[in-house]
Design a protein around this ligand. Structure first.
Ligand SMILES: NC(=O)c1ccc[n+]([C@@H]2O[C@H](COP(=O)([O-])OP(=O)(O)OC[C@H]3O[C@@H](n4cnc5c(N)ncnc54)[C@H](O)[C@@H]3O)[C@@H](O)[C@H]2O)c1
Length: 292
């Protein structure tokens, strides 16, 4: 079984910086990559802020915080990932973007390295097929926010070999997370169940059954969900929610997965949730205000 000591992470957004955070805390060397210098800077600032909060709450020591920060380096070029043992792609949920990344990555990455995607929904078998190493390609799907959520889904593509699967399992265990194994079907397990629920909440808003506050309060107080579905959609990112629904709709060819037109409209407006400060809530003031 290949030991993973050096990790590359492509994409320094909310998932990428979370993965870098937990891996560095577990003692791995991490190289964080993004096409945007601003995202690299803000990703590192988020990691620093989250580690500092964990230290202030005595979840980790000050020494562990300092060591974790020392394990992370930044690069704006895929060349910087060449000697990584495992590279996890966590760029935006667009298949053409991911394909281009894998094509460019394979040209520079050492041949024995494993490549993983953190995709929420896209076929691992299809992504693996556009690399030079489908047997060393796997889905490692973290949950958001990565430092807090215990679960990681592992998804084997049709060609993924046992060594890669065992290495990925050991890597997840080293991060202190639990594994759920999913077959390679659109959106895997968690999002296959969660996203249609969120989409239905958006239909409930669209049809005027309830307003934003009523829908979120109903599911928090009536179903004991820790967050309302619309609040959760803003947290995940409405562009990500739409992409997952599109993958479910196309991949399973069932109209029950049709993305709500209101979700499409919000994404077209660039109201993507917390990351753009506006979604089903407006986050620009002192407290979130519903936008409908
Ligand atoms: N948001 C969630 O709750 C969640 C949960 C699990 C998995 N995911 C998956 O993780 C991935 C990332 O989601 P996110 O929420 O972190 O998105 P995000 O928008 O916060 O971050 C994406 C990052 O990728 C970068 N990027 C875009 N193209 C790139 C390229 N060619 N090379 C390098 N970096 C590039 C962007 O600059 C951005 O910083 C998606 O595939 C998503 O489906 C998201």
């Amino acid at each position: 079984m290949a030991q993973i000591n050096k990790l590359g992470v492509i994409g320094a957004g909310q998932m990428g910086n979370g993965i870098a955070h937990v891996a560095a805390l577990a003692g791995l060397d991490v190289v964080l990559n993004d096409v945007s210098a601003d995202r690299l800077k803000s990703g590192m600032a988020t990691i620093n802020g989250n580690l500092t909060r964990q230290a202030a709450k005595k979840i980790i020591s000050d020494e562990a915080r300092g060591q974790a920060l020392g394990h992370i380096t930044l690069t704006d070029s895929l060349d910087g990932l060449a000697d990584c043992d495992l590279v996890i792609e966590t760029a935006i949920e667009k298949e053409d973007v991911k394909r281009k990344i894998f094509h460019d990555l394979c040209a520079v990455l050492k041949p024995e390295a494993v490549i993983a995607s953190n995709t929420s929904s896209i076929s691992i078998t299809r992504l693996a097929a556009c690399t030079d190493r489908p047997e060393r390609f796997i889905g490692i799907h973290f949950m958001n926010p990565v430092p807090l959520m215990e679960l990681v889904e592992l998804i084997r593509g049709i060609a993924t070999d046992d060594t890669t699967f065992e290495s990925a399992k050991e890597f997840v265990r080293r991060l202190g997370k639990q594994v759920a194994v999913s077959e390679d079907f659109p959106a895997f397990i968690v999002n296959r169940i969660l996203l249609p629920m969120i989409n239905e909440a958006i239909y409930t808003l669209y049809e005027g059954v309830g307003n934003v506050e009523a829908i979120d309060a109903a599911m928090k107080l009536g179903a004991h969900h820790p967050m309302g579905p619309l609040e959760l959609a803003d947290f995940i990112g409405l562009d990500i929610c739409l992409s997952i629904m599109q993958v479910l709709h196309e991949g399973l060819a069932d109209s029950k997965y049709r993305p709500c037109p209101l979700l499409v409209k919000y994404v077209e407006a660039g109201w993507l949730g917390r990351k753009t400060q506006r979604g089903f809530y407006d986050y620009r003031g002192p407290k979130p205000v519903p936008t409908r």
